[in-house]
Ligand binder design. Sequence first.
Ligand code: MN
Length: 323
Amino acid sequence: MEKDYRPILEALDSFDNFIIAGHQEPDGDCLCSQMALSSFLKRKGKNARLVSAGPFKRPEIRSWEKFFSGTIDDNDLKGKTLGIITDCSSPDRTGSLGDQLKKIPLMVIDHHSSGEMFGDYRFVDSDSPSTTLLVQQLIESSGMELTEEEAEFIFLGFCTDTGFFRHIGSGKPDVFQAVSRLVEAGVSPNATHRVMTGGRTLGSRRLLGRILDRSRLHYEGKLLISWETLEDRKELETEDRDSDSMYQMLQSIGGVESVVIVQEESENTYSVGLRSTFDIDVGSIAKSFGGGGHRKAAGCTLTGSRNEVIQRLIDSFQLLNNS
Ligand SMILES: [Mn+2]
């Protein structure tokens, strides 16, 4: 895949100040893209500021919250400032930061397949398994070497979005070549795996048990839906978001093509995660509810009673009747 990085690198050269944002409820790919870019821009002598609307719920990313500011004030926008938005398919996904970001020129660095054409400079490749790999390409094409820390961020973002290589299909040798350069720069896959999967509480594991218990099959076993409540997290004293291991377990059930987990956020508001193992495009289902994502992993927010929300989700998978 031959790409022309010059317009993006020239744009980066032409600004002095950067505000680097990503989507709300950030994940490892989003935050690591932001942090690797910030490090790169600082090495180029630029001012870079990391912002995120949060919340930092996933355990593997929580310790980075201190590097990010939750708001952008008008003072931050003085001077020649470029906003960079990573891993984000629409400006709304930046959450509370969106209104301030609209005031400055924007660069989008992203790998989502669905989404809006927004931003003054766009570096978007839906074939890339993670946004961090796009950041790697940018840094490498600038002629600078990756630092060890940048390589670690890039690898962690990559492992977040690929489920530690599990979601990568055939025909992607360039991806493994890119990863091999990260290892050359000092990355330890074993250490990254520990950061991503370790340090959980027993309560968080018991929560997975409750979700497993409540799982129900629909459409002759092709769709599996389950849910968790605010009360669960209170009783089990956990705020951890560790749905990835849950999806992995549920997607391993024979015949299941799609998995949906409904998480209560506040009264009558639910964040919904959708995963697909084969052909069903859950990105477009999430989009029909105002959310977004990829063909195989997507999310949206729904309001109503839990039973209503679950029924609407079941109905949105009607296409499983004919598959
Ligand atoms: Mn991503």
